[in-house]
Design a protein around this ligand. Structure first.
Ligand SMILES: Cc1cc2nc3c(=O)[nH]c(=O)nc-3n(C[C@H](O)[C@H](O)[C@H](O)COP(=O)(O)OP(=O)(O)OC[C@H]3O[C@@H](n4cnc5c(N)ncnc54)[C@H](O)[C@@H]3O)c2cc1C
Length: 233
């Protein structure tokens, strides 16, 4: 591990320099295993935040206060420490240019992590496939990769729509509620344009978003989902 980047108060990126790194596909994850001195082991999955083309492998972990593994990764890990990883894993929640688009990315909280890998990959291969990111997050301060995403949006590479569910800055004119069918109807391309959609976040978020898209007439076969955890967020 070479570097830690504080992305928000709760989320930290872990930059890893791996000796024999296997090329991953944007959207895949790795399993991280921690072993305590007494031999106790805990393993969790973390999406890869970097593009296959990037020099290092990056994970971004959000701290769950009552969690076992995430507080360690966010608060205790130090540059130079080693992590045991397995992967890359997953062949379904991946995006490559041959899969086409238009590409609709729907993130809840840390669910933005694998979608960021897709965005960086899209940029690295110079894809002209239109991309839209709908990102639901509690407040502006909780937006992970904020500068990078806003930079991509300013360059017209992607269209970013935020919904700030708990706290909005003064004068905020974007969405200010949890995603629902109406919000998705507003943001998504119409079903007739056949967007390829990736939804990632807490389990309940993913279910609401995927059901709403299907309710709007989107082909379930073009909606790929990744569930991060058991509870809502
Ligand atoms: C394929 C995959 C990719 C993932 N990628 C990422 C990633 O890129 N970044 C990231 O931060 N996390 C990611 N996760 C979630 C991660 O694997 C862990 O579940 C998370 O870090 C919590 O682990 P913990 O040991 O801290 O909490 P635990 O000790 O496992 O759980 C503590 C409490 O939090 C609840 N909980 C567990 N996971 C979540 C969750 N995701 N959301 C809300 N509540 C939860 C549990 O029910 C429990 O009440 C991913 C999960 C999967 C399956």
């Amino acid at each position: 591990m070479i570097e830690l980047i504080e992305e928000t108060a709760e989320a930290t990126s872990i930059v890893l320099d791996l000796p024999d790194r296997q090329r991953h596909r944007a959207g895949q994850h790795v399993d991280v295993r921690l072993t305590a001195e007494d031999g106790y082991e805990a393993q969790r999955s973390y999406s890869i935040a970097s593009a296959p083309e990037d020099a290092y492998l990056v994970l971004t972990v959000e701290r769950l206060d009552d969690g076992e593994v995430s507080p360690y990764l966010v608060d205790t890990l130090r540059p130079g420490d080693e992590l045991e990883l397995r992967g890359p894993i997953g062949g379904y929640f991946v995006w490559e240019e041959v899969l086409g688009g238009p590409l609709l990315l729907v993130a809840g909280g840390s669910g933005v992590v694998p979608l960021r890998a897709m965005l960086r990959h899209h940029q690295a291969v110079g894809s002209t496939i239109p991309v839209r990111l709908l990102y639901s997050v509690k407040s502006l301060d909780d937006v992970i990769y904020r500068d990078e995403l806003m930079g991509m949006a300013a360059d017209d590479e992607i269209d970013v729509r935020l919904t700030l569910t708990r706290e909005q800055p003064e004068g905020w004119r974007g969405y200010a509620r949890r995603i629902d069918q109406e919000l998705l109807a507003d943001v998504a391309w119409p079903p007739s344009e056949g967007p390829l959609t990736y939804v990632c976040g807490p389990t309940s978020f993913v279910e609401v978003a995927a059901n709403a898209l299907v309710g709007l007439g989107h082909d379930p076969g073009r909606i790929r989902t990744e569930r991060f955890g058991p509870t809502g967020g």
